[in-house]
Design a protein around this ligand. Structure first.
Ligand code: ADP
Ligand code: MG
Length: 376
């Protein structure tokens, strides 16, 4: 019996749970060529959802050609070009007419073709002389997509990475190119909320009001609980309501963590799963990750580490500079706390979540949160 709880990558619609509404909205946006901004916490399921959408486009016989790029590892426009070009080359093989056109177009950009020794897939490398050439190449790649008979979806994952480029005009440039396209629609996906919302909703910035926002919340409790119970029961295991609730509370329904814990519990293949069994799994997961958490202890100052512990113990903190909170955890003055919190956010160790009711801060890695709260 294969484990129905995946926590790594996308393995087809069958093992991808829920997100029907978000998928439907995305399908509608793609078919009406509306650009989308998809923002949610890390490990909430954004990349999975995009891959699910691409699957759906293929399975539903849509004429849209989807292209996915993850630009997390890119450091400048030249690497962005390479990343997009490689994705395009994979979709349009050189024995097709579109592929030949692509080659023709790329030739003007003086590329070098090769094969990636690791994956064996085709690779493009550009040799540039100056910045203008890099910008032309990006425009050329988008123009190539614009000229295809079938509409194109270009999904750019970890989009906030463009903020790290040394070039300061990327946003304005992309906006200008994108506005001219009628045959290409975009998904901009990212997890650094402040950066993403700043790129897309700050009127001073070029992407203002040009896209539809889609967020990903946790999967509703009832739904997730029923799903977990059904999966266990189909695998010949019993898990009671109280235990499922324990799983969902302990992982706060943060998708990756819930999937991971369910996966590990499922692996035990226990006829009857109770809270003690689950606790054992939680314990094992924390021990497994301990060396990784301890690395952070080395990387942070004592003050920052102490602030992490304080946040972890409170689970969610709405007033991170309140006197009572600072006193209780020996944090020090407000100004100190402000700096510590900002550093932790910049390092992606803490995130700020804004809901309809309030906004709060939380240790980003849920297992680390549970470990800190337990150990200190
Ligand atoms: N709806 C889902 N159903 C099943 N597993 C999911 C779902 N969403 C996410 N996951 C699992 O959680 C992992 C983390 O999700 P991912 O899409 O990588 O998050 P993000 O891109 O937001 O950081 C995925 O690799 C996948 O295994
Ligand atoms: Mg992702």
């Amino acid at each position: 019996m294969t484990n129905p709880f995946i926590f790594n990558g996308y393995e087809g619609a069958e093992l991808f749970f829920d997100r029907e509404n978000e998928l439907e909205t995305l399908m509608k946006c793609v078919s009406s060529k509306i650009n989308v901004t998809l923002i949610a916490q890390r490990r909430m399921g954004k990349t999975g959802l995009i891959l699910r959408l691409i699957d759906e486009l293929k399975n539903s016989g849509s004429n849209v050609t989807p292209i996915y790029v993850d630009i997390f590892a890119t450091r400048d426009i030249a690497e962005l070009n390479k990343c997009i070009a490689n994705a395009i080359v994979k979709i349009f093989p050189d024995d097709t007419s579109a592929g030949r056109k692509l080659l023709g177009m790329l030739k003007g950009l003086r590329p070098m073709f090769g094969i990636d020794p690791l994956s064996g897939s085709p690779q493009v490398q550009f040799s540039y002389q100056n910045q203008t050439e890099k910008e032309h190449t990006l425009e050329g790649l988008l123009q190539f997509l614009e000229q295809q008979d079938d509409p194109i979806l270009l999904a750019i994952d970890e989009f906030q990475q463009i903020r790290e480029y040394p070039e300061t005009n990327v946003e304005a440039m992309l906006r200008t190119y994108i506005q001219r396209l009628h045959n290409v629609c975009f998904i901009f996906c990212g997890s650094k909320k402040h950066m993403m919302t700043d790129i897309f909703s700050n009127p001073q910035r070029p992407f203002f009001s040009s896209t539809q926002f889609i967020g990903l919340d946790a999967i509703p409790e009832e739904k997730y609980a029923q799903h977990i119970q059904r999966m266990f029961s189909e695998g010949g295991m019993q898990i009671d309501n109280e235990t499922v609730k324990y799983v969902l509370d302990w992982t706060k329904r943060h998708t990756y963590y819930t999937q991971r814990l369910c996966h590990d519990v499922y692996e035990l293949n226990a006829k009857s799963v109770d809270v003690d069994v689950v606790r054992g799994c939680c314990d094992r997961l924390l021990r497994l990750n301990e060396p990784y958490f301890l690395q952070y202890k080395q990387l942070l100052t004592d003050g920052q580490w102490n602030y992490m512990i304080a946040l972890a113990k409170e689970e969610e903190v709405t007033q991170p500079y309140a006197n009572a909170f600072l006193k209780k955890h020996n944090i020090g003055a407000t100004a100190v706390a402000r700096r510590q919190l900002q550093t932790l956010i910049d390092k992606d160790l803490v995130f700020e979540e804004t809901t309809k009711e309030c906004s709060y801060y939380r240790v980003a890695d849920l297992f680390m949160l549970r470990w800190l709260a337990r150990e200190y």
